[in-house]
Design a protein around this ligand. Structure first.
Ligand code: FES
Length: 119
């Protein structure tokens, strides 16, 4: 169990099974009214905003390429380490959200999504 997880369990919502995400690579989910893309790549699991920050294309329809997610509209890509977009594209970095994996399930921290909606 991840340290601190039990105390804050009520904020963590199960959103996808780990085997499903591992097989698909990218899975679209909606949590607390917020659209996200879950990503499994290189042994990592993460969640980012589903709408591309460049022109809002659906990143859940994108492709994973060696530590990056490529947008299906313009083929710019975002680093899965820090969210930065590939050179030459005018866009803020991709936003990521806290994820935990326990007992074969992927959990999203709902509190982090509420903060997003207030921004
Ligand atoms: S809409 Fe995603 S790179 Fe342009």
């Amino acid at each position: 169990m991840v340290e601190g997880f039990a105390q804050s369990r009520d904020q963590w919502l199960p959103v996808c099974s780990l085997p499903r995400l591992t097989e698909a690579g990218i899975v679209a989910v909606r949590v607390a009214g917020v659209d996200l893309a879950l990503i499994s790549e290189g042994g990592r699991v993460m969640a980012c905003e589903r709408a591309c920050p460049h022109e809002q294309a659906d990143l859940a329809c994108g492709r994973l390429l060696h530590g990056r997610i490529a947008c299906p509209r313009h083929e710019a890509s975002f680093s899965l380490d820090d969210g930065t977009i590939s050179d030459g594209w005018p866009s803020r970095p991709l936003r990521f959200y806290p994820v935990r994996v326990e007992r074969g399930e992927v959990f999203i921290n709902a509190a982090s999504l509420i903060l997003k909606r207030e921004n």
